[in-house]
Design a protein around this ligand. Structure first.
Ligand code: GTP
Ligand code: MG
Length: 298
């Protein structure tokens, strides 16, 4: 196929020496088409399967280096976490059909509703729009979180698309990301406490934590540093969940009637993105926000 097309192109190029402009077009049913039109056929279908939730997960590229260069606090930098959440909010507000977002560290997942027909469910369109909106917001809002601390170079975020056919699968996906947040944050909290407060080198701290279980790590924090891990900020332990919530409002309008001002109040329902740092592995959160998913019996 490629060789055949190449030959056609070569022929076209040859005849151009005779009729330079006319040779660029072919005529089918009176519609002029460029002879290069065939290259469209190289595009592949990437429509997401119907009736599935579409998850786009972004991850900061080489954020280990980015965090070092921008002197992020260890293990958690509130400015960086705030900026991630701000950028995720912008994604939800600018792009249609996202029902929930979940983020931790340098990653954020966005879930499109299963019935979404946005951009004909084309994976590449959805993923690139999420990634570019998130990246541009990250740069746009940098100053709001880091003030005069300069952004030294443009950060990048990779993206992937995964489809989940049932509510159970989607909840398990989100649980997986929150479990990851918990495992990493517990490790990092003990590791940096051993270094920053315990005076260990990073190599010594790594050795100390080799083979330890969650209970051992909690015990080190509690008995040696008087830190109750469960009282660490929820944003570090649970990550950040963004959902849409409706609020009832009364819109006040003033009208003049027979030279008398009348004030009318009209009830309106407005939706806005709300931020939670809650447990999403258990059922409580989902029971309290039962409108996020459509019931599928799973
Ligand atoms: P790739 O994603 O493979 O490009 O590599 P990466 O360096 O981004 O690593 P990964 O995504 O696995 O992990 C994210 C990294 O970001 C962490 O290992 C930290 O080094 C860094 N990071 C994220 N959030 C914070 C933070 O709040 N404070 C600090 N100090 N570092 C952070
Ligand atoms: Mg990363």
């Amino acid at each position: 196929m490629q060789i055949l097309n190449f030959c056609r192109l070569r022929e076209g190029v040859k005849s151009c020496t005779v009729r330079p402009l006319a040779c660029l077009f072919t005529s089918t049913c009176g519609m002029a088409k460029s002879k290069f039109e065939y290259v469209r056929n190289f595009e592949v279908e990437d429509t997401c399967l119907r009736n599935c939730y579409i998850v786009v997960r972004l991850d900061g590229r080489n954020f280990h280096r980015f965090a070092e260069q921008h002197k992020f606090a260890k293990p958690n930098d509130n400015r960086a976490l705030g900026l991630m959440t701000r950028s995720a909010r912008s994604v939800m507000e600018e792009l249609e059909d996202i029902i929930i977002g979940y983020g931790q560290s340098d990653e954020f997942s966005f879930v499109f509703k299963r019935t979404s027909t946005w951009f004909k469910r084309r994976a590449s369109k959805l993923m690139t729009l999420v990634a570019s909106q998130f990246s541009s917001s990250y740069v746009f809002h940098w100053k709001d979180f880091f003030g005069d601390h300069p952004l030294l170079y443009p950060p990048g975020f990779d993206g992937r698309v995964v489809l989940y056919p049932s509510n159970r699968n989607l909840k398990d996906y989100l649980s997986w990301r929150q479990a990851d947040c918990h495992i990493n944050n517990l490790y990092n909290t003990v590791f940096w406490t051993l270094v920053q407060k315990g005076g260990l080198t990073t190599v010594q701290a790594e050795d100390r934590l080799k083979g330890t279980l969650a209970a051992d790590k909690n015990e080190i924090l509690f008995s040696e540093f008087d830190i109750n891990y469960n009282k660490e900020p929820a944003v570090y332990r649970k990550g950040t969940t963004l959902i849409w919530e409706k609020h009832d409002q009364t819109v006040i309008t003033e009208v003049m009637k027979d030279k008398i001002k009348e004030v009318h109040g009209t009830p309106r329902s407005k939706r806005s993105v709300q931020v939670y740092h809650s447990d999403i592995i258990g059922e409580d959160f989902w029971e309290q926000h039962s409108n996020i998913f459509e019931d599928d019996g799973c």
